[in-house]
Ligand binder design. Sequence first.
Ligand code: SF4
Length: 353
Amino acid sequence: MSLSLISQLGPLSPSLLRPAAVPLLHALQRGLASSCAATAAEAASAQPAEADTAGPSSAAAAAPEPPPLTERQRRLSRQGRGGFDFATAQPQRPEDVPDVVGSVHSIESFSAVDGPGVRFLVFLQGCGLRCVFCSNPDTWHMARGKLTSSKELAKKLERVKPYLTQGDHKGGITLSGGEPLLQPEFTAAVLMEAHTRGLTTCIDTTGQGLKHSHWDKVLPHLDYALFCIKSPISEKYEWITKRQIGPALGFVGELERRGIPYWLRYVMMPGKTDQPEDVEALVRFCADKRSMQALELLPYHTLGVEKWQAEGKEYPLAGMPTPSQDEVQRFVEGLKAGGVPVLCNKMHLKTEA
Ligand code: SF4
């Protein structure tokens, strides 16, 4: 997805981070686990309700309002370790942003397609989904990432800032993955570092995590989101991700409630997610989404196959062809006819309803 414009920045010095970072990562993982355990009731509410298992039309229904917070959830939503209030803090100076260690997969220098303007693109490690078309299965396990301080990442950001502020759009940082929401405090700290430098913030996400322990810490610091819906049809979502669709619907409802602009990403797989029922479900899904800027269509590609092999995993879509330009065009026309604004850079199409 990324477009390298200048050479990749040098890696962080492991000697700088390693001694302190190992226990910090363990703490991070313990914290994540305890946050998840503490909000089991919330998790239950985020799982598919009756409507999510009843078929395409119900899967596209509006997400229910979240239940009221317990006192413990309220505390988790406000504060991270060290007592910093991630949910409400709006630091104006870099020195007021806490330093948080996260697990990073890689830095891709610059991207022109992962948010507005030129983006500094960082892939975080760790993902809870297991998508059949995943291009980055090496990002799945959080412990395999490079332990990285948010302050060190901010220094790199500072160095490239002149490149990000060129052009018509206000560029900035995009955190991708993996799933950036699974490291909420690290993600929030990096986004705050960007904001204090006048840069815009974006995450490429599938809406993982839980509202009070994850989303509430990150979303106050977010200008844009790239949200991949996988499929609005619950059975297809489960086939693609091996997880249920409920949390994703809850997350898009949260983006809508907060009025955060987002692009809806959708991977079009021949014979699987390019059928008339898929067009209908997407049109229904998009109909009431006021903060959605456009649907970005991503035709299936095979770039991830070698990574699956390198991981010793059998590629689930072996033999699946990439869609032809005509097939993509037909799918785009179907969406446009339903009033959905569509972007598709991959096939050199740029079309809007
Ligand atoms: S959400 Fe992204 S990183 Fe995670 S399995 Fe799916 S495609 Fe891969």
